[in-house]
Write a protein that binds this ligand. Structure first.
Ligand code: M6R
Length: 611
């Protein structure tokens, strides 16, 4: 969480930083601030979004060639002007921005307070900054050395960018556990939480690793470890175009990303799936083939929407590969004493590749000897880099805070993974294998078709937008889709929604049902269809309002439901990819009808880099 941007070079720093912060606002939007170096340090910061800061400083002296900027997702201290970053040190000579949490800040603060320090904010960041300054003064060392000493004594996660008024073109940066990308230009450098702030200036980037410190000047990038040894920066070429991070005519990123799904699923399958030839090419599996064939167990670790993709995968892998699968919330897995055995494979699923809980959980599993297979969207992200193998989802940048296209791409990758392993293990019949390959290849086209009737969902959204609660039910492969539908609605419309296995509903949630409760059934044709139709009857008998996502050609369900939305017919293993899309649209249109800022719903951030 939190977005950070930095620039040093011949251009005006402020417009680059502001534009970069707008692109990183998905990481948090509680407050915004910039610090500029131009004959001294100028800091402008404010509670609220980037545009609010911009408006408030029109006419101020914003000229500078070096500067840093921050967009905050609050951890320590409420969103306010005084808690906004950048923070300045006691002397006023240093300014710093931070993404992460300094866990031992309370002890450091106590020590500094005893020395007479007073703090202007409630943040852990201000504590770390003054700790650095204190070390610099007491040890009579330079700033770089002071940062190194301080970072060896802090626990927690951080990316920091630090500037000093007596060193007008230098940015000191360091990372542990939160992402940091440095763009390398000609006589200039860009820094960001991801590559989006630098896309139009350079395609050459360096991904900074944990425990590395960078000294960044216009024509110099020095990378060191905390032991002060130099490291050669590894420059990577970005494969991303500016258009991918712009709205492209849509009102919101979320809508654009929903409508991009025919092409993102296609991109995900491209080069991997050859239905005619009966082939799935996935080097991440082939390179570890024996491990996959002999796996005793697959443990899937993820959070949020990615966790839901893991649940769908559990059903598919157990069915096709006959390997036991456990799906774990990363935040729970990491804090218990999980049993990881030789022969277990860990799947880490993450859109951002930076989710702190997932990252630390897989680090822990890796220490125990597990093989990590990353299913990640953001190329070069931390989870991708620490995985032993994996498959990128190739959904392109997902900017809307609610995950949409990344989810369907995760499902596509996981289905291919399951099919590939099943084929290699010989646990799938040739006929089913072929059928599923062809079905998978048809998904982009089917998504295209179902998106054409988005207006049907818009009308349903209008009808139910004022409901305070909603229930989402599904069975089998569609149970996790019900969970995902409920999560989307909560995030984007602030309506309380619960997802449940349809049959489990009668063990409690049925008490909620009355004539005002909308109940969304994910009821595409599958092996349990008759069972879910009975569950619909049970809701109708209690006067609940039924919205059913069903398969084209289903003639029974419409007679029971209040509202229906048809998706093209597909095999039950493939259908979740289709059924999820109307639920994404439902949350989007309800959110819009309620006036929610759907791309940046309250309290959330896209990339959760704190525990
Ligand atoms: O980047 P990740 O996939 O690791 O993120 C996991 C969750 O934080 C994420 O899916 C979150 O639940 C989204 N807000 C869902 O829309």
């Amino acid at each position: 969480m939190c977005g950070i941007v930095g620039y040093t070079g011949p251009r005006e720093a402020y417009p680059i930083i502001i534009k970069g912060l707008k692109r990183l606002e998905y990481r948090g939007y509680d407050s915004t601030g910039v610090a500029l170096l131009n004959s001294g340090l100028k800091v402008y910061k404010k509670k609220g979004r980037v545009a609010e800061l911009e408006d408030s400083i029109v006419g101020k002296d914003l000229h500078a060639h070096t500067g840093i900027g921050h967009t905050r997702w609050a951890t320590h201290g409420e969103p306010s002007d005084r808690n906004a970053h950048p923070h300045t040190s006691r002397s006023g000579k240093l300014a710093m921005i931070h993404n992460g949490i300094i866990e031992n800040y309370a002890q450091l603060k106590q020590d500094l307070t005893k020395k007479g320090y007073q703090f202007k904010s409630d943040t852990d960041t201000e504590v770390l900054l003054n700790f650095i300054e204190d070390i610099k003064e007491n040890n009579q060392c330079n700033l770089e050395e002071a940062v190194r000493i301080a970072l060896k004594r802090v626990t927690g996660a951080y990316v920091i960018l630090l500037i000093a008024n007596d060193d007008p073109d230098t940015i000191i940066a360091a990372r542990k556990g939160s992402p940091l990308v440095i763009g390398v230009g000609k006589g200039e450098h860009f820094l960001g939480s991801d590559a989006s702030p630098m896309l139009e200036y350079t395609k050459e980037v360096v991904y900074v690793n944990d425990y590395e410190l960078a000294i960044v000047r216009p024509d110099e990038l020095i990378l060191k470890n905390l032991g002060n040894e130099k490291i050669t920066p590894f420059v990577t070429k970005l494969d991303m175009e500016l258009a991918a991070i712009e709205k492209g005519g849509y009102d919101h990123f979320m809508l654009k990303e929903i409508f991009e799904q025919p092409s993102t699923i296609h991109d995900c399958l491209r080069g991997r799936l050859d239905a005619e030839a009966g082939l799935i090419t996935m080097s991440g599996i082939t390179n570890n083939l024996e491990h996959f064939k002999n796996a005793n167990r697959i443990i899937i670790i993820a959070c949020g929407t990615s966790w839901h993709a893991g649940l769908v995968a559990e059903y598919i892998i157990e069915e096709l590969c006959r390997i036991p699968v456990e799906v774990e919330y990363a935040s729970e897995f990491r804090y218990r004493n999980p049993i990881v055995n030789k022969g277990d494979i860990i799947f880490a699923i993450s859109q951002s590749g930076e989710t702190a809980d997932t990252l630390v959980a897989i680090e822990k599993a890796k220490e125990q000897g597990a093989i990590i297979f990353g299913i990640v969207n953001v190329v070069g992200s931390s989870i991708a880099r620490i995985s032993d193998g994996g498959a990128y989802t190739h959904a392109g940048p997902e900017i809307g805070v609610a995950s949409t296209k990344a989810f369907t791409a995760q499902l596509a990758v996981l289905t291919m993974v399951a099919l590939k392993i099943a084929k290699e293990k010989n646990t799938i019949s040739e006929a089913l294998y072929k059928e599923l390959l062809f079905e998978l290849a048809e998904v982009p086209e089917k998504v295209e078709v179902l998106l054409k009737s988005a207006d049907t969902i818009k009308a349903i959204a209008e009808k139910y937008k004022d409901s305070p609660n909603a229930l989402f039910l599904g069975r089998g492969y569609n149970f996790p889709i019900a969970l995902e539908g409920a999560l989307k609605l909560k995030e984007i419309s602030y309506i309380h929604a619960e997802g449940y296995p349809a049959a489990e509903m009668k063990h409690g949630p049925i008490a909620l049902v009355d004539e005002n409760l909308p109940v969304v059934f994910v009821a595409t044709k599958d092996s349990y269809h008759e069972k879910i139709v009975s569950n619909i009857q049970e809701i109708k008998a209690r006067k609940g309002k039924v919205i059913a996502i069903i398969t084209e050609g289903d003639e029974t369900t419409p007679t029971l439901a209040d509202d229906v939305y048809y998706v093209p017919s597909a095999h039950e293993i493939i259908a979740p990819m289709l059924a999820t899309i109307p639920l994404q649209l439902l949350s989007y249109y309800v959110g819009i009808a309620k006036g929610v800022d759907v791309d940046k719903p309250r309290n959330l951030a896209k990339s959760v880099t704190v525990e």
